[in-house]
Design a binder for this molecule. Structure first.
Ligand SMILES: C[S@@+](CC[C@H](N)C(=O)[O-])C[C@H]1O[C@@H](n2cnc3c(N)ncnc32)[C@H](O)[C@@H]1O
Length: 194
């Protein structure tokens, strides 16, 4: 087995054992350990949430006094008391919510195999996620966003640098080495209401 296949298999088994519906859960766990993104009692918006691994992790981190709004065009595979699900297409539908402490986005297109096309669509999703964060975050809030490396990344990073006190582009260990997926971690939103 190739080392990358072994790694994927390892995370899949770990996810099954821990009861997570996706391997992606380990990416947000790792990012939170390194960058301290979540606190108990927070209100979190999870964009591209299905099947629900990130929502499962965040639901525990914010605890019963916190709440998670999970958004996706496909249904979730989990039901949790402090997670509310909205089935919408973020490129076409409005999100009439606000006052979030954290916005996270793992939005990704169905991969077509044509790299330029997939990367272009993913950048559109990441841009929309940043716009949603700008209009729904509280002052001091945090934003985490998946980005496929390539054209358009610098524009998003530069825009984020004007709006957050801390911005870092990073690749978690749980992310496949050969994939071009990166995560933008932004902390301390400088606008928004307190
Ligand atoms: C990599 S998956 C997310 C995995 C999730 N974070 C987890 O832990 O289970 C990406 C998700 O983005 C969603 N997505 C892609 N485009 C979307 C759109 N325009 N509106 C809403 N959801 C979208 C897909 O349906 C898919 O479920």
């Amino acid at each position: 087995m190739r080392p990358e296949d072994a790694k994927r298999d390892h995370y899949r088994k770990m996810a099954k054992r821990a009861g997570y519906v996706s391997r992606a859960a380990f990416k947000i766990i790792e990012l939170n350990k390194k960058y301290g993104i979540f606190k108990t009692g927070q209100r979190v918006l999870d964009l591209g949430a299905s099947p629900g691994g990130w929502s499962q992790v965040v639901s525990k981190l914010v605890g019963p006094e916190g709440e998670v709004y999970a958004v996706d065009k496909r249904p979730l595979k989990i039901e949790l008391e402090n997670v509310k699900f909205l089935q919408i297409d973020i490129l076409n539908d409005r999100i009439d919510l606000s006052n979030f402490d954290v916005v996270i986005s793992d939005l990704a297109p169905n991969v077509s195999g044509v790299w330029e096309h997939d990367q272009y669509v993913q950048i559109q999703l990441a841009k929309r996620a940043l716009e949603i964060a700008e209009s729904t975050l509280r002052r001091g809030g945090n934003f985490v966003c998946k980005i496929f490396d390539g054209e358009g990344v610098n524009d998003i990073v530069n825009r984020a640098r004007k709006e957050f006190g801390f911005v870092k582009l990073t690749k978690p260990k749980a992310s496949r080495k050969e994939s071009s997926e990166l995560y933008l971690v932004c902390k301390n939103y400088l606008r928004g209401s307190s």
